[in-house]
Design a protein around this ligand. Structure first.
Ligand code: BG6
Length: 478
């Protein structure tokens, strides 16, 4: 990771075309086009090559350029600069996806290499892969496949099979944008760059770990997708398991992509498949977020009024390794929770009380480490200090690392980093086929289990069953 970061700071990737399939969709507008623009703004886009939108919508070249401009103006983290835009415009092309479109696509391309971003529904993947193959575009192509990778283990295997009929694994980049977040990558640097913490990073010192991915937004305009996916497929199978694997894996021998991915798959294999009895599924009802009334999930567009799809999921997980056996990992994620917050809490064991015998101290709140992945990116270590005064009494105090004040900048958008990595052929932050499949093995017992869906009002921290799951401990955010 460190190696590729250095490389990224140095030079733009070699000349290549960029093709976005599903170019008129949400992901393309919010993330991909602004990321391409921001790479251009810092001279990290290939200096030559077309940027081709490919979609079913009848946009035309000008229509796509207008859409791209609006997307950048609305979503680019660095704003909009006319000079950067002017350099990009002549390279922006559009091909409408109809019956003979792969031939037209081929004619628009200029370079021998290309990144093809498949921002399309999983059901459209097999035909697209065949289309690329039939147009003799498989050579020189790196494909980016979005999560969730398949719908379950069987479909993930089928998808890998379909992909491998046309592409070698070295051409495949299974993306999970959480891995592109600076703070997620920092998990490894924090662990392996500071010997003091790595020594206590195990079952001897850790009481339990919490991982929360909370969002205040609902499903936005993605009712059809979400009804089919649920939060288990949307967040747990990928973002949660990936973060957990970085937190629990053994030190890789070096920063080479395969060294890191080898250690990741080992720990994902050590994760016990979910025990449905230790899971909680929830769905939001109407409530209030930031003082504004919001509707319930079943009232959202394209959602069945009887839907049982989960918008909240919590589980106790176990990692059956020498390092972690017996340590509970409590994970939780939900839509329409009170605020956006992704954080990991490592709670250390309580010390013995003997030293405090005869004092008023009868309980020691144990020290813990909080990794704030987003927002307010940073790390906090809470420990006990003596309160000033003649008697012995204690109070938790904080040591704080704040990303923005230490580095005087906000972290870059994950997609910028990841697109750049694809263009230079660095697989470190992408899921290998074995990891993508194994992650389904971990979540499948919960997918197959028809456990009741517990309702929670929008704006709360989820169903109370999630508090019972972690009891007698408590969620750090509540
Ligand atoms: C996506 C999910 O992968 O991640 C969305 O499909 C979710 O449902 C999003 O909202 C959250 O990403 P971030 O980067 O805003 O935490």
């Amino acid at each position: 990771m460190i190696k590729s970061r250095t490389a990224m700071a140095l030079k733009p990737p070699p000349p290549q075309d960029i093709v976005i399939m599903g170019a008129s969709g949400d992901l393309s507008q919010r993330k991909l086009i602004p990321a391409i623009y921001n790479l251009a703004a810092v001279s990290l886009l290939p200096v030559e090559g077309q940027i081709v939108g490919f979609a079913r919508t009848d946009l035309g070249e000008q229509g796509f350029r207008d859409l791209a401009r609006r997307s950048i103006q609305e979503y680019s983290r660095t704003g909009f600069d006319e000079t950067v835009w002017a350099g990009l415009v002549p390279r922006i092309k559009y091909v409408k996806n109809d019956d003979h479109s792969y031939g037209s696509l081929k004619r628009v391309l200029r370079e021998n290499e290309r990144l093809v971003y498949l921002a399309i529904p999983p059901s459209a993947l097999p035909d697209t892969i065949t289309g690329l193959h039939d147009a003799e575009l498989s050579q020189g192509t790196r494909i980016v496949v979005e999560k969730p990778f398949g719908h379950d283990l069987a479909s993930a295997r089928e998808l890998n099979h379909a992909i491998h009929k046309v592409f070698h694994e070295s051409q495949v980049f299974r993306i999970d944008h959480y891995l592109g977040k600076e703070t997620v990558q920092n998990i490894l640097v924090f662990r392996f760059g500071n010997s003091v913490f790595e020594r206590v990073w195990n079952r001897d010192a850790v009481d339990h770990v919490q991982l929360t991915v909370a969002e205040s937004v609902g499903i936005e305009s993605r009712g059809t997708y979400f009804e089919d996916a649920g939060i288990l497929r949307d967040i747990v199978q990928n973002h949660v398991l990936q973060m957990l694997s970085l937190l629990t894996m053994e030190p890789p021998s070096n920063v080479a992509p395969e060294a890191i991915r080898d250690e990741k798959i080992k720990v994902i294999r050590a994760m016990r498949p979910l025990n449905p009895a230790r899971t909680v599924r929830g769905q939001y009802t109407a409530g209030t977020i930031d003082g504004q009334p919001v509707q319930g999930y079943r009232e959202e567009k394209d959602v069945s009024p009887e839907s049982m799809t989960e918008t909240f999921f919590a589980a106790q997980m176990e990692v059956d390794s020498w390092r972690w056996a017996g340590v509970p990992f409590f994970v939780r994620t939900g839509k329409r929770l009170p605020r956006r917050a992704t954080e990991i809490v490592v709670q250390f064991r309580e010390p013995p009380l003997c030293f405090f015998e005869g004092t008023d101290v009868t309980h020691l709140p144990s020290d813990h480490l909080v990794m704030r992945i987003q927002p307010d990116e940073g790390i906090q270590f809470a420990f006990l200090a003596k309160k000033p005064g003649p008697e012995i009494s204690v109070q938790p105090v904080m040591m704080e690392f704040d990303y923005s004040s230490s580095f005087m900048t906000s972290p870059p958008e994950a997609y910028e980093r990841l697109l750049h990595d694809v263009m230079v052929g660095d697989h470190t932050l992408f899921m290998r086929e074995d990891a993508a499949e194994r992650a389904w093995v971990v979540v499948e017992p919960a997918l197959n289990n028809q456990a009741p869906t517990c309702m929670y009002p929008a704006g709360s921290w989820g169903p109370r069953e999630a508090d019972q799951l972690i009891a007698p401990r408590k969620w750090h955010l509540h």
